[in-house]
Write a protein that binds this ligand. Sequence first.
Ligand code: F0G
Length: 356
Amino acid sequence: MTHYTGLINRYRNRLPVSANTRIISLNEGNTPLIQLQNIPRIIGKEVDIYVKFEGLNPTGSFKDRGMTMAVTKAVEAGSQAIICASTGNTSASAAAYAARAGIKAFVLIPEGKIALGKLAQTLMYDAKIIQISGNFDRGMTLVKEVADHAPVTIVNSINPFRIDGQKTAAFEIVDALGFAPDYHCLPVGNAGNITAYWKGYKEYATDRVCGNRPVMCGYQAAGAAPFVLGEMVDNPETVATAIRIGHPQSWDFAWAAQRESGGWFDKFADEDILAAQKMLSQYEGIFCEPASATSLAGAMRDIKSGKIPEGSKIVCTLTGNGIKDPEIAMMQCADAKPVTIDASLDAVKRAILDGL
Ligand code: F0G
């Protein structure tokens, strides 16, 4: 068995690197594709649902796939610093890969709107954190402006190398299943990921690695749903802070994915997103962050309604790890406080009997 050394090495012939490129990697990718066992039974439909658990990447989100490529190419071009706007995951990933490469990371984040774990990890990776009193979309505008005036490389998904790295998730799914799913469900924020998956599936289908391409289903939070409304949203709001985005950068690419695949966009109330997050934890043992659960909320609704027919094979991307957002988890479980007892055998025995 050979030691896994990250997605650039694995998919080198499909990525823009040469034999001389210094690869900046944390062994990202190769994440598990887990078939759900209990949720299909609970919703009472004959479907195969798989989740691609991207929360098991090195910094806990799918962003690492794009970041290994973006930082590798930035370093290859001689860049000494990278910059991004972020709702938390891109900033954590950029910070980690910059640390690995020995360059500087500047990250612009919306003040007070970043999950605690994301902030903690970004601090640990020692990025220069710039909080703004504005949302992600404002941060994105500022990043694009400042990059014209300062020697920094943008590593948001407007950087095409990010998309190239992230398309490998589609390759891994096809390589694991032996075919592309009938439906691919994922949360949509800035719309880089739906762009990347569609690029990956198309590439594999064109090269006849698989005979089919999935229908792409993009799901958004109701308060931040520009693709469902068909227009940009100026003040996006949702508990799923990762996708609190109203002006997605990959607007045209995401519409192309929807159109070419025969797919659709839909939106979900915060309660539905949180319910899906809890179901996945409670019935499958998989803890993702709120934004990620939007994919399952969407799949469940569309399976129940028959829009996704029985017999379908469905993949949901779980974009980030639930541990990143402990505050939401504690809020969700506010009624399930741990019991406190005496440290005695009797008390423990009683607690177990009560809990059975
Ligand atoms: N899920 C999570 C956990 C995310 O962090 C993001 C985006 C998305 C879904 C949406 O993906 O933007 O490619 O459509 N987070 C970015 C960030 C914006 O800054 O971390 P997308």
